[in-house]
Every structure is written in C-alpha cells, then in structure tokens.
Ligand binder design. Sequence first.
Ligand code: HEM
Ligand SMILES: *[C@@H]1O[C@H](CO)[C@@H](O)[C@H](O)[C@H]1NC(C)=O
Ligand SMILES: *[C@@H]1O[C@H](CO)[C@@H](O)[C@H](O)[C@H]1NC(C)=O
Ligand SMILES: *[C@@H]1O[C@H](CO)[C@@H](O)[C@H](O)[C@H]1NC(C)=O
Ligand SMILES: *[C@@H]1O[C@H](CO)[C@@H](O)[C@H](O)[C@H]1NC(C)=O
Ligand SMILES: *[C@@H]1O[C@H](CO)[C@@H](O)[C@H](O)[C@H]1NC(C)=O
Ligand SMILES: *[C@@H]1O[C@H](CO)[C@@H](O)[C@H](O)[C@H]1NC(C)=O
Length: 327
Amino acid sequence: MASFSSSSTLKISNLKLQCSLILVLIGVASAQLSSTFYSTSCPNALSTIQSAVQAAVKNESRMGASLLRLHFHDCFVNGCDGSILLDDTANFTGEKTAVPNVNSVRGFDVIDTIKSQVESACAGVVSCADILAVAARDSVVALGGQSWSVQLGRRDSTTASQSAANSNIPAPTLNLSQLIPFFTNRGFTTQDLVALSGAHTIGQARCTTFRSHIYNETNINSTFATSLQANCPSTGGDNNLSPLDKTSPTTFDNAYFTNLMSQQGLLHSDQELYSGNSGTTDSQVSSYSSSSSTFFTDFSTAMLKMGNMSVLTGTTGEVRTNCRKTN
Ligand code: HEM
Ligand SMILES: *[C@@H]1O[C@H](CO)[C@@H](O)[C@H](O)[C@H]1NC(C)=O
Ligand SMILES: *[C@@H]1O[C@H](CO)[C@@H](O)[C@H](O)[C@H]1NC(C)=O
Ligand SMILES: *[C@@H]1O[C@H](CO)[C@@H](O)[C@H](O)[C@H]1NC(C)=O
Ligand SMILES: *[C@@H]1O[C@H](CO)[C@@H](O)[C@H](O)[C@H]1NC(C)=O
Ligand SMILES: *[C@@H]1O[C@H](CO)[C@@H](O)[C@H](O)[C@H]1NC(C)=O
Ligand SMILES: *[C@@H]1O[C@H](CO)[C@@H](O)[C@H](O)[C@H]1NC(C)=O
C-alpha cells in the first residue's frame, strides 16, 4: 500500500512535470504580445518605422490617415495578421479588391518601403502585421495625437479573405443601431466604437461614400451640405475627396466630435453618433468635444484592444519577407 502510494505520487509528479513542460511549449506557441518583443532581435525596428512614417507624413499628410485605416481594415478581417497587404494573383483573390477597400485603402508603397528598410536591419524578424500596428501609432503621433506603447509579436497570415473583408468592415450608410453590433460582436463596447470613430479626425473620403448624406438626409447642417455639393455633384465625381474633419483634417485632435455637435459629420455613420436628441452616444461625443485628453486616453485604450484582435503568435503564421506575398 505504502509502495503503491509513493509510486503513484511519483507518477503524478512526473505527469505534473510533463504537463508543465507541455504548457510552457504551448505557452510559447500562443504567447501574448509584448512591447519589448524586438528589443534584442531587432533593436532598431521601432525607430526605423517611426522615421519612415515621419518622412511619408511630411511628404503627404494624408498618408498618416491612410496608414491608420490600414491597421483597422487589417484587424477587423480575421485579426491583425497583415492579410490586407497580400496582392491578388492569378490563383488568389485577397482583400485589396473587397468593396470597402478597392479604390479606397492606400499606403501599400509606404509599407513596402518600411518593410525593406526593416529587412535590411534584421532580415525575416519583423512581421508586416506589427509594422501596420506601429505605423498606425506613429501616424497618429506625427499628426499631433497622443502616443501609446504598441504591443508586438504578431505574425503574418498565409491567407486572406475577401468575403470576410466584405462582411466585417462597417459601411458608411449604417445607422447607430446597425454600427454597434459590428463592434460589440468583436469584443468592443459602444464606447470603444465612439472613441475609435474619432480616427475620422484625419483623412479624406470620396464623394460616393457621403453623397446621399449631403443630398437626401436631414441630420446634416444645410450650410455644410450645400458647401460639400460643389465638389460632390449628385451624379459623377465619385472619387472627388472631402475631409472627414472639415476643421483640421491633418491634425489628430477632437474637432471631429465638435463637428458632430453642429451636424457637420461627413459620413452618415459619423453623424449617427450624435443625434442632438438624447441619443445613447450623444453624451460621450459631447465629453470628447470638451476634452481632447479624455478622447486621447480612450482612443489609445481602444487601439490597444484593436491591435490585439485574433493575433497569430509563436510559431503560427509566418514573418513574410515581402508584405505583398506569402514566403
Ligand atoms: C465606425 C465605423 C466606420 C465606418 C463606417 C468608416 C467608414 C469610412 C469611410 C467610408 C471612409 C472613406 C473611404 C473612401 O472614401 O474611400 C473612411 C476613411 C477613414 N477611416 Fe473609417 N470608418 C469607420 C471606422 C474607422 C476606424 C475604427 C478607424 C481607425 C481606427 C477609421 C479610420 C479611417 C481613416 C483614418 C480614414 C481616412 C483614410 C484616408 O484618408 O486615406 N475608420 N472610413
Ligand atoms: C509624396 O506624395 C506624393 C503625393 O502627394 C506621391 O505621389 C509621392 O509618391 C510621394 N513621394 C514619396 C517619396 O513618398
Ligand atoms: C499560384 O500562382 C503563382 C504565380 O502567381 C504560382 O507561383 C503558384 O504556384 C500558384 N499556386 C497554385 C496552388 O496553383
Ligand atoms: C436603422 O436601419 C435599419 C435598417 O434600415 C432600420 O430597421 C432601423 O429602424 C434603423 N434604426 C434607426 C434608429 O433609425
Ligand atoms: C435621393 O433620394 C431619391 C429618392 O429616394 C433618389 O431617387 C435619389 O437618387 C437620391 N439621391 C442621392 C444623391 O442619393
Ligand atoms: C451650421 O453651420 C454653420 C457654418 O459652419 C454654422 O455657423 C452654424 O452654427 C451651423 N448650424 C447649426 C444649427 O449647428
Ligand atoms: C490581449 O489579449 C490577451 C489574450 O487574450 C489578453 O490577456 C490581454 O489582456 C489583451 N490585451 C488587451 C489590451 O486587450
């Protein structure tokens, strides 16, 4: 009896040891992200990306907005895995030609430039998905916004999904009750939706995305609507651009929210966040309009959450050497 129980204790502790070894191995494979992921493997990665983003934004301020949006459209489609960067080929259809992206997302050449600089510094180490996450943060900072510590260690997908890109990215025609589930189904709160929408404090939109809002809707300031119609005719001019934030389109500030309070949101979906009639998100818009620091804090928190969506870590996926194609 005594020998049985001591040998079973031994077996149990062996089992425990094996279990913990297995858990350690699994732990590596599904490791969480870390802000120091490249500290030893590529110590210059972050400064290289930052300099390249600063140069791109200095050359064309809109590029900051375009890079921020790329990270959003990457993360919302099967996670932050660089899938949006894969080019279509004869036998592969990716996300670039999905409805929300085609003729719309931009910045791929800047990502290529960054990737080749980072590859020269440390070949095969820094993923395209991490470059998108860091470039989004550096863009916000380059345009006057608040910094945050980006979590790193994402790996790149070997696939992409056009159908997921078509169904997971919200359209500008949605009303508030339709926008909310796009975010709450992915682990965000309605408050996160409002904070993240503040990204529209920078960048431009094409006439085709806001035409019905400025011609056919009543939740828009009529002076503002008329002024937009000059560059966005009721037919034609689909690609003509207008700023998402009429006040300061190249500064990351809280003016987007102030605009909503005078019914001067460009997209139908933007104006949906503030009805002026005790809408559920009105008070949050008002609070961001009075405090840029409250907006910046909430935006940073929500961006960390967004950057965490279904990431590939450890030995899953790969680190692409060219962001446009799998290795
Ligand atoms: C809430 C739902 C959202 C909708 C319906 C929406 C819709 C749109 C649309 C229609 C455009 C203009 C695209 C074009 O004209 O080609 C746009 C641009 C933009 N979006 Fe959003 N968006 C949303 C959320 C977000 C989020 C969460 C972010 C980032 C955190 C973001 C960042 C941007 C930026 C920066 C631009 C300007 C891009 C540029 O100038 O190149 N958007 N969005
Ligand atoms: C600078 O921006 C212009 C658009 O304003 C673009 O055509 C050009 O390629 C950019 N140059 C560099 C080096 O990024
Ligand atoms: C797909 O096309 C590429 C060239 O674009 C080729 O290298 C690859 O072998 C093809 N893959 C399959 C599975 O047919
Ligand atoms: C939002 O749009 C849907 C579909 O068009 C509609 O059923 C719903 O009543 C709308 N909600 C509001 C608050 O307008
Ligand atoms: C405005 O609504 C009318 C009636 O539904 C429609 O015929 C017209 O095409 C719409 N115009 C725009 C610019 O969306
Ligand atoms: C509409 O826009 C004009 C011009 O920006 C502004 O002066 C006016 O206060 C706005 N009206 C309302 C009701 O917000
Ligand atoms: C990111 O995801 C991990 C694993 O699911 C979780 O432990 C962590 O709290 C998340 N971080 C954020 C900022 O959401």
